[in-house]
Design a protein around this ligand. Structure first.
Ligand code: MOS
Length: 738
């Protein structure tokens, strides 16, 4: 189905199932432990052996010699696989660092060997017997040290664009002439995804055919990348990933677990399972890379932005991608004179890559503090300052509009609901016992990409509907919204729908990432259901456009037939994909929101407590309010982590992330945030897709950390521009108290 004109009315508008609060249909199997995750799939294939990954002990250099003799003789060991004996394999172009290295080493804890044994414990024990002589060379580990030398990289739109700053108007002249100016630099640290389920895979070969049970966000991408890696056609690869314990971007692309499992399985002629252990996730896999961002704002005295510049520096391995921290700034606020640029240092740290709202999240961490600082200089309320600089068109390309843009309403409704009017304009005005208390706000903004997505729907002789698509559910609720979509389209109750996901033998969906999953995968199911409805109507010689599907029946021209009767002679199938044309590129399909935070700062210790949070969002039709709310709450929590806790500390001498467990890389828990609320504005975006829905998983985190930082400033008057805002950065600067 080509979607190239505004959707108009369709069966989803009935909203008998879609849009209703619906508990996860996969909830019972997950809460009872019956949903098998990749590492738990003991039964899918017999005779599994265990692999344990050994990582490099240096960050840069080469292996001079690797002595595996003792390890090979250790109990239970079947094989030590290294780059030297693994047989042919390549590195997919989507993996910046090799997933099995040797002799060259690109980063600390890069895999250099897989120990395959009868048990996990035997494999791990044998790993300690491997002796490696390295020739270590000094790498580049300090982003700030390359502040003045790192080259410009492609425009904020990413790969392929020319390496230049993006300019609209004359920023320098407008900034020089502006009566009110801000010029400030912000930094964000390296952060780790730390989803609950670390990367894990089982691989089994049958001749030259490879089957993997893995944990991935993108089944079709995994097939492509494995095809590149093992130099075999995609048809010979099957990827299964029906249950995924979170990803946040870490599982968009294949990682060492699946490549090592497949190499190990090929080497021992048995299925092999490999999990990257929790400590290994930090340095072996990918992370959100640190940034240093300079923001300049020039305003007139009424608070209208006339000049805006956002320049970001990040680092990565040679060939890695930059952090696109300036992308939101290009679209969020008005201003005639604009400058954005990205520079990239080469760092010999583990690979930086996508993590929830890549670019947007760290970019908004800086921009939304800058907006708060500017509002203060102007003597304006920060909500009002943002509203004054709203734009209904792309500030760089004024003929391009947003399909829907309700930022102002999000800010106004949120302010009213949160009690914003009680916020003191000046900081350090409100005390509650030993605590300074303040309020902070930020905007939220993220685009919602249109992506092709396919599905197959079958009406079975029982009258039940079976949906198959390779879409993943990474804890987001895909199973449920897909079932709701099929139930709505076919006019059956939810429990008449079965959903099967995460198998590359099913039609390829958009997958889970970039907040493109929910809207596109359900639209693909919508398209397949349209086909199935046509097949049903044809079978009954009904006009498809006149057929109404309701209560398990199809009704047209005074005939009413049950779906079970239609399929009695054999199942009927509909298969199709949603595909998008020029309309989707002619507008910005975007989502907006506002975050409000009440923070308390202890007047003596600097300890910070987040007391209340509210998010108000406009993100198209909300398919399932309860799981949408969960996504929001999760991202708000993650934003608090970014604001207050999360930092991978770089050892700048040896080049690795020092804190590599959840004791020293802290994330918020329930007790850290007392109250969280979410409101969705009514929105059905006719330009987006037939579901009129957009994504919100990435929108949800944008701005949160800045709203926390702004609340801390309002509470105690200490402005911190260097995340995370740990208490040591507040303590010496807290107001003097009697
Ligand atoms: Mo998201 S970082 O595209 O999983």
């Amino acid at each position: 189905m080509k979607f190239d004109a505004p959707s108009g009315p369709n069966p989803i508008d009935r909203m008998k199932v879609v849009g209703r609060t619906t508990s996860r249909i996969d909830g019972p199997v997950k809460t009872t432990g019956a949903a098998p995750y990749a590492y738990e799939r003991h039964d899918v294939v017999a005779n599994q052996a265990y692999g344990y990954m050994l990582g490099s002990a240096i960050a840069k250099g080469r292996i001079k010699r690797i002595d595996t003799a003792d390890a090979e003789r250790a109990p239970g060991v079947l094989k030590i696989v290294t780059a030297a004996n693994a047989g042919p394999f390549a590195t997919s172009r989507h993996n910046t660092a090799r997933l099995l290295a040797g002799p060259e080493i690109q980063h600390y804890d890069q895999a250099i060997a897989l120990i395959v044994a009868e048990t996990f414990e035997q494999a791990r024990a044998a790993a300690t017997l491997i002796r490696v002589d390295y020739a270590r060379v000094q790498g580049r580990y300090d982003l700030a040290a390359q502040k003045d030398t790192a080259p410009l990289v492609g425009g904020s739109s990413g790969e392929g664009s020319a390496a230049a700053a993006l300019r609209t108007g004359d920023f320098e002249a407008a900034f020089a002439a502006a009566p009110v100016k801000l010029d400030a630099t912000y930094s964000t640290p390296d952060q780790s995804h730390q989803m609950m389920e670390p990367h894990a895979s089982i691989a089994a070969w049958s001749g030259d055919e490879l089957t993997v049970w893995t944990s991935t966000q993108m089944v079709a991408w995994a097939v492509q990348d494995l095809s590149h890696t093992f130099l075999i056609p995609q048809e010979k690869i099957r990827v299964l990933s029906p249950y995924v314990g979170g990803g946040f971007g870490a599982k968009l692309r294949i990682r060492a677990d699946v490549v090592l499992a497949a190499l190990g399985a090929r080497a021992v002629g048995r299925p092999v399972k490999v999990a990257i252990t929790r400590p290994q996730t930090m340095n072996n896999t990918v992370h959100r890379a640190a940034t240093i961002q300079r923001i300049r704002l020039g305003c007139d005295r009424e608070g209208r932005i006339g000049a805006i510049a956002h320049e970001s520096l990040s680092g990565n391995l040679e060939g890695g991608r930059p952090v696109t921290a300036t992308a939101q700034t290009r679209l969020l606020y008005a201003g005639l004179n604009r400058l954005t640029s990205m520079r990239q240092a080469v760092l010999d740290l583990p690979e930086g890559n996508s993590m929830r709202a890549p670019g947007a999240a760290p970019g908004m961490m800086a921009l939304e503090i800058a907006m708060d600082e500017m509002a203060e200089k102007l003597g304006l309320d920060p909500v009002e300052f943002r509203i004054r600089n709203d734009t209904q068109v792309d500030p760089e390309k004024p003929d391009k509009r947003f399909s829907e843009r309700q930022l102002v309403r999000c800010l106004r409704d949120g302010a009213a609901k949160f009690g914003w009017s009680r916020r003191p304009m000046r900081p350090a005005q409100r005390r509650d016992g030993s605590w300074w208390v303040g309020l902070g706000v930020s905007s939220a903004f993220h685009n919602s990409p249109a992506m092709k997505s396919a599905a197959r729907v079958r009406l079975e002789p029982s009258g039940r509907i079976l949906v198959e698509t390779d879409m993943t559910d990474i804890g987001t609720g895909s199973y449920t919204i897909i079932a709701q979509t099929a139930a709505e389209m076919m006019g059956v109750p939810l429990d008449m729908v079965e959903v099967r996901l995460g198998d590359s033998h099913f039609p390829a969906a958009a997958g889970s990432g970039g907040q493109f999953g929910a809207s596109n995968s359900t639209s693909g199911v919508y398209a397949a259901c349209v086909k199935l409805r046509e097949a049903v109507a044809r079978q009954l010689n009904m006009e498809p456009d006149r057929a109404v599907f309701e209560s398990g029946h199809v009704v047209a021209d005074r005939r009413r037939v049950s779906l079970a009767d239609v399929a009695r002679g054999g199942a009927l199938t509909g298969e199709d994909a949603i595909e998008y044309g020029d309309m989707s590129r002619s507008v910005h399909l975007s989502t907006f929101g506002a975050h409000f935070v009440e923070a308390a700062v202890h007047a003596y210790t600097g300890e910070v407590r987040v007391r209340r949070m509210l998010a108000v969002c406009a993100a198209g039709r909300i398919l399932n309010p309860i799981s949408a709310r969960s996504q929001m709450i999760g991202a708000m929590t993650m934003g608090v982590g970014a604001a207050l806790m999360e930092e991978m500390v770089v050892d700048k001498r040896f080049g690795f992330f020092v804190n590599h467990d959840l004791a020293s890389y802290e994330v918020p828990v329930h007790a850290d945030i007392q109250e969280q609320e979410v409101l969705f504005l009514d929105e059905a975006d006719e330009m987006a897709n037939p579901m009129k829905a957009k994504g919100l998983g990435e929108l949800a985190i944008t701005g949160v950390a800045a709203a926390v930082a702004n609340a801390i400033y309002n509470a105690c008057g200490v402005r911190v521009r260097d995340y995370p805002l740990t208490l040591d950065k507040l303590l010496d600067r807290l107001p003097r108290i009697a």
